[in-house]
Write a protein that binds this ligand. Structure first.
Ligand SMILES: C[S@@+](CC[C@H](N)C(=O)[O-])C[C@H]1O[C@@H](n2cnc3c(N)ncnc32)[C@H](O)[C@@H]1O
Length: 238
């Protein structure tokens, strides 16, 4: 398994410090996660290298492909992959215990249409996902970076919207969900200004949770406590 971060240098060889959407606090892997990685990384893991991925070769078939950024422990991603065997799924996560947990659940569920990167999604989108190749890109409950001075760390920015647009097919959808109202407003503001997208919401704001997105445990608890969840879906039109 490769390292999560890749150093970036400019033409003069000067190190460029990039603002990341995550801070790596690598907790120890549990025994189960370590074992799941060892057993399943060879079949489900995608080694990062800065070149376009050949989906047909990786999955052994032609099918619509869905990418999920920041799948956490992967429970809902595995559930979605199991429920939609006709689709290819690629998960991207920087947190190694999460990658281990996801591979463990995928193996247990007998899922064969899922592959996983342990890397920064921004770099994977920039270098590995071919232009115009995705049916959907999912970003569920990204780190909200509550404090104003940290908002620059939020992954959803104008640059991100443009990066995602080039990965999506025409008609492909960027689906985001958040439980932090201020982040949903930020997402809407960015996406309203992003060229080439159409909001799938009838009133130009949010959409009801589509059936394919499973309700997470965390979300169900939040709902019981009266917390909100906002789903936003934008289609690539140009
Ligand atoms: C708040 S958690 C949500 C996890 C999961 N989607 C859920 O709903 O339970 C956000 C996740 O995004 C991951 N993450 C943040 N920035 C990332 C990036 N640039 N590339 C890959 N994963 C990232 C974090 O490691 C974390 O696991």
């Amino acid at each position: 398994m490769s390292d999560v971060t890749t150093a970036e240098f400019n033409e003069e060889g000067k190190y460029l410090r990039k603002v990341k959407s995550f801070v790596l606090r690598e907790g120890r892997l549990t025994k189960g996660q370590a074992q799941a990685l060892e057993e399943n990384w060879p079949t489900m893991g995608l080694e990062y290298s800065p070149e376009p991925l050949d989906f047909a070769k990786v999955f052994g078939r032609e099918a619509d492909t869905v990418v999920e950024i920041g799948f956490g422990m992967g429970a809902s991603l595995v559930e979605m992959a199991k429920a939609a065997p006709e689709l290819n799924f690629i998960g991207i996560e920087v947190h190694k215990p999460g990658v281990g947990a996801c591979l463990g659940s995928a193996a247990e569920a007998g899922v064969t249409n899922l592959r996983v990167y342990h890397h920064d999604a921004v770099e994977v989108l920039d270098h590995c996902i071919p232009n115009g190749s995705l049916a959907r890109l999912q970003l569920f409950f990204p780190d909200p970076w509550h404090k104003k001075r940290h908002h620059k760390r939020r992954i959803v920015q104008a640059e991100f919207a443009e990066r995602v647009r080039s990965c999506l097919k025409i008609g492909g959808v960027l689906h985001m969900a958040t439980d932090w109202e201020n982040y949903s407003e930020h997402m809407l503001e960015i996406m309203n200004q992003a060229p080439g997208y159409k909001n799938q919401s009838a009133d130009g704001t949010v959409v009801p949770r589509p059936d394919y997105r499973p309700l997470t445990k965390f979300e169900a608890r939040g709902q019981r406590l009266g917390h909100g969840v906002w789903d936003l879906m934008f289609e690539r039109v140009e």
